[in-house]
Each structure stands twice: as structure tokens, then as C-alpha cells.
Write a protein that binds this ligand. Structure first.
Ligand code: UD1
Ligand code: MG
Length: 458
């Protein structure tokens, strides 16, 4: 059966105490709702509907690029009413899966089990979980034969019902045709005066339909986020999940609790990652790479046998095999390091290529530049790439030697095997194989005296 996913995201999230709508709060750097949409995509849904309300325009703005159908719920009259807002866009012959925008960690494998339970024999399937402390949740009430009879909300439940530890996660699946009919019959005569989605359970049971409760394996997969404490909890669950995945792929994590992978990571074998490393965006890491402590890597491609020393920040860089980078190096977008390149402390590289074996080991800025193979860039060298209005290119031929403290005023070219004397400001092209330098004459002033400190008065 084709699948329509309906994501409920109209709640305000007052307890977040934030101007940002709840479903836009970040988990691993992405809005909560984005995690749920991405999970829906893994299920290959025909269409994904998001029911929005509070902060609606901001939600649509931030997630507008995702190809979803938006359904406005102007007033929050309950979860049943919320699903109803999306139903006009859902064809009768679809299976409907209801997800919550604030339950971000549910996995597609669990949802597949839920869908299977709904597809077999035209049943209603609900995702339940056992909770150590079920307070606040809807309880799953079963009849003597053990079949699900109804769900009772905490606020509507009696003592006996409150003792039930199997709770409703809120996620459910049913045929669109059935669901539409049940939703049309919902009433709001309950403790909260809301149209409860959960009341479809008793309707299904009364109609003689099977209600399948699929038990989620772990409580932490169905955690809901209502405040910043729970937001940090789901972040921790996510962190551990990602760390575990990578360790099972053979990565050594010195401390999985001090490691964050927030986007897709592709790793080779025998990768070693020290503490406080953060990987963001898409990161590719080759074989036998070692990453030292306190390193942030975003959207990078790291070759085999690379060694990253502590305290580096990389964004949008490509690093060739056997390169050694850091400590304290910064690679900005379009930094391309060839094989065996060395980049040392306090070196910043932006939109510049360093070819095989080139070295820039200390205190240097290389931007908008091509640095040939085996070039040695001395300490304190700067490519002066910006004239206040435009950016200009610096070209350094292979085997050149740039003395310490050189200012390369772009556009400028240094030929292959050229040598630049330390302290030069190079404004014109320097020829191949020769020594070029620019220095004012050194003078010594006779009779000059150091200033002395004035004595305080009185
Ligand atoms: C709901 C379930 C409860 C379950 C619990 C799990 C009902 C009646 N109860 O209760 O059985 O144990 O979730 O967390 O369904 N929303 C809207 N529009 C509305 C109301 C809610 O979009 O009018 C959205 C919220 O943004 C949220 C989700 O639906 O993402 C759940 O709403 P919430 O008010 O938290 O439901 P609970 O009372 O917690
Ligand atoms: Mg809730």
C-alpha cells in the first residue's frame, strides 16, 4: 500500500521557554522536525504531511526546502483534530503513519514493524513502550484476552489504569479510509476538552478490527522533547547511538561520551579518534587516520594515514594521504592539501591548494593561492589576497622557498625553485631558480637611548 506520513508539529512547546518553535529546536545541529522528516523519507513515503500551527511561518521557512505538504492547524484542539487537518491531502487507498515532530529519535526499523502490523489484515497499529515511570502518558488498556481495548489518557485514568506501565508513544498506523471515518466521529468530552487521536483505538476495537500494539524495544527511542532538559537527554541518546555505530564499524573512540557525529560519516579501517572531537556535515575519513583531541571537522575529506594533531578546526577541506596537520591549524572552505603536506600551528588556509609535500609549518595565512609541490613556506608568511574590494591569486611554483615573514602581495607569481629572502614584501613576479628579496637597508643609530619611565610625582 502507498504510504502517507503525517507529522504532528503544531504544539507550542511553552516549556521550552524559547522564541524558537519547539520543532525547530536543534538536535545534533538540525531541527527536531528535520530528523522526523528524514526518518519518514527512509520509509519511502509517497507523501509527507506536516501539521503546523505555532510559529508556523518560521517552521515553513526553515524546512521549506523539504518537499512536504503543509497543513495548518490554526487552533490546537487535540491530536485527533491535528491529524484531521492533513487528511484532505491523503488518498483513501494509502496507509497513514502518524509521527510526532517532537519525538525525533524513532528509527525507521521500528516504524517498519509498525507499518507491517497495520498492513496485515487491515488492522490499526499503535507503537507502545514500557516505561519505568508512565506518569503523564496515555495507558494501553487490554481486555481479558490480552487484546488492546482502548487508550486512556493519564488525566482521564483511574488508579488501576494508572498502574499500567505499557504506554502509548502516540505513533500509529492505519488505512486512510478507516482513519478518516474514525476521525470524523471523535468527540471532545474528556478531561482536556480535546479531540484525542487515541480514541480511534476503541472505535477500531468496537468495529471488530484487530488493534496491534507494537512494542518499541527501548524507551529512549520514543522520548518526547518538551523542555531543554529533555532536549539535552535526546542529544545524549543520539550522541551515544552515533558513537556506537562508528565503534561497531571499527573506529576507536577514546571516550564515546566526548565525541559527536552530527551528519553522515564514512570511515575506513583503524581510525583512531581522541576526546572532544566533533564531526559535522558530511565527513569522509580514510584508513588509519588519527584525530587528536579538541578537533572540529565539518564537510571534509580526509585521506589515508593522515595525522591531525590537537585543537584544529576544519571546514570544507580536502586532505591528502599521509598529511600532518596541526596543532592549532585552521582549514577553511576549498583548502586542498596534497599527499604528505605538512601544515603546522597557527596556519590558516582558505581556497588554496598545497601540492604534494609542500610545508607551511608556522604562523601563516594562505588564501586564494596555488602552492607547488615541495614548496617550503616560512613562518609568518602571508598571501595578501584582498585589496579591500577584490580577491587576487598567488601562484608559487614547485620547489620554491619562501623566507620567513614574507608578504606576497597578490596577484603575484613566484617561479619554480625560486627563493624569497626573509622579510620581503613581494609585489612583482619573482623569477625561477633565483633569489629575490626586498629589504630596506639596515641602519644602526649611534647615540640613541631607550626611553625611561617617568617618576611618579610626590
Ligand atoms: C499524546 C497521546 C498520549 C501519549 C503521548 C505520548 C493523545 C490524546 N494522547 O499525549 O496517549 O502517551 O502523546 O507523548 O494523543 N499536537 C498538534 N496539535 C494539537 C495537539 C498536539 O499538532 O492540537 C502535536 C504536538 O505538537 C505534539 C504531539 O501532537 O507533537 C503530541 O501532543 P501532546 O499535546 O504532547 O500530547 P500528549 O498530551 O502528550
Ligand atoms: Mg506530549
Amino acid at each position: 500500500m502507498p504510504l502517507s506520513v503525517v507529522i504532528l508539529a503544531a504544539g507550542q512547546g511553552k516549556r521550552m521557554k524559547s522564541d524558537l518553535p519547539k520543532v525547530l529546536q536543534p538536535l545534533a545541529g538540525r531541527p527536531l522536525l528535520k530528523h522526523v522528516i528524514d526518518t519518514a523519507r527512509e520509509l519511502e513515503a509517497t507523501d509527507v504531511h506536516v501539521v503546523y500551527g505555532h510559529g508556523g511561518e518560521r517552521v515553513r521557512e526553515m524546512l521549506g526546502r523539504d518537499n512536504v505538504a503543509w497543513a495548518l492547524q490554526a487552533e490546537q484542539l487535540g491530536t485527533g483534530h491535528a491529524v484531521q487537518q492533513a487528511m484532505p491531502g491523503v488518498p483513501d487507498d494509502h496507509l497513514v503513519l502518524v509521527l510526532y515532530g517532537d519525538v525525533p529519535l524513532v528509527q525507521s526499523s521500528t516504524l517498519r514493524r509498525l507499518l507491517d502490523a497495520a498492513a496485515t489484515g487491515d488492522a490499526l497499529a499503535i507503537l507502545s513502550v514500557r516505561m519505568r515511570d508512565p506518569t503523564g502518558y496515555g495507558r494501553i488498556v487490554r481486555d481479558r484476552a490480552g487484546n488492546v481495548a482502548r487508550i486512556v489518557e493519564h488525566k482521564d485514568a483511574n488508579q488501576k489504569e494508572r498502574a499500567i506501565d505499557e504506554v502509548n508513544t502516540g505513533l500509529m498506523a492505519a488505512s486512510a479510509r478507516r482513519l478518516r471515518e474514525w476521525l470524523g466521529r471523535l468527540r471532545n468530552d474528556n478531561a482536556q476538552g480535546e479531540y484525542y487521536l487515541t480514541d480511534v483505538v476503541v472505535m477500531a476495537a468496537r468495529a471488530g478490527l484487530k488493534v496491534n500494539a507494537v512494542l518499541a524495544e527501548r524507551e529512549d527511542e520514543v522520548l518526547g522533547v518538551n523542555d531543554k532538559v529533555q532536549l539535552a537527554e535526546v542529544e545524549a541518546v543520539y550522541r551515544r547511538r552515533r558513537a556506537r555505530e562508528l565503534m561497531l564499524q571499527g573506529v576507536t573512540l577514546v571516550d564515546p561520551d566526548r565525541f559527536d557525529a552530527r551528519g553522515p560519516v564514512h570511515v575506513g579501517h583503524d581510525v583512531y579518534i581522541d576526546v572532544n572531537v566533533l564531526l559535522e556535515g558530511t565527513v569522509r575519513i580514510g584508513n588509519r587516520v588519527r584525530i587528536g583531541p579538541n578537533v572540529v571537522v565539518r564537510n571534509c575529506d580526509i585521506g589515508d594515514d593522515v595525522e591531525i594533531l590537537p585543537n584544529c578546526v576544519f571546514d570544507g577541506a580536502k586532505i591528502g594521504a599521509r598529511a600532518i596537520v596541526g596543532p592549532f591549524a585552521r582549514l577553511r572552505p576549498d583548502a586542498v592539501l596534497g599527499d604528505e603536506v605538512h601544515v603546522g600551528n597557527f596556519v590558516e588556509i582558505k581556497k588554496a591548494e598545497l601540492k604534494r609535500g609542500a610545508k607551511a609549518n608556522h604562523l601563516t595565512y594562505l588564501g586564494d593561492a596555488t602552492i607547488g609541490a615541495r614548496v617550503n613556506v616560512g613562518a609568518g608568511t602571508i598571501t595578501c589576497n584582498y585589496d579591500g574590494a577584490n580577491k587576487w591569486h598567488t601562484e608559487i611554483g614547485e620547489g620554491a622557498f619562501i623566507g620567513s615573514g614574507t608578504m606576497l602581495v597578490a596577484p603575484v607569481t613566484v617561479g619554480p625553485e625560486a627563493t624569497i629572502g626573509a622579510g620581503s614584501t613581494i609585489t612583482r613576479d619573482a623569477p625561477d631558480g633565483k633569489l629575490t628579496l626586498e629589504r630596506s637597508k639596515q641602519t644602526t643609530v649611534d647615540g640613541w637611548q631607550r626611553p625611561v619611565k617617568k617618576q611618579p610625582k610626590g
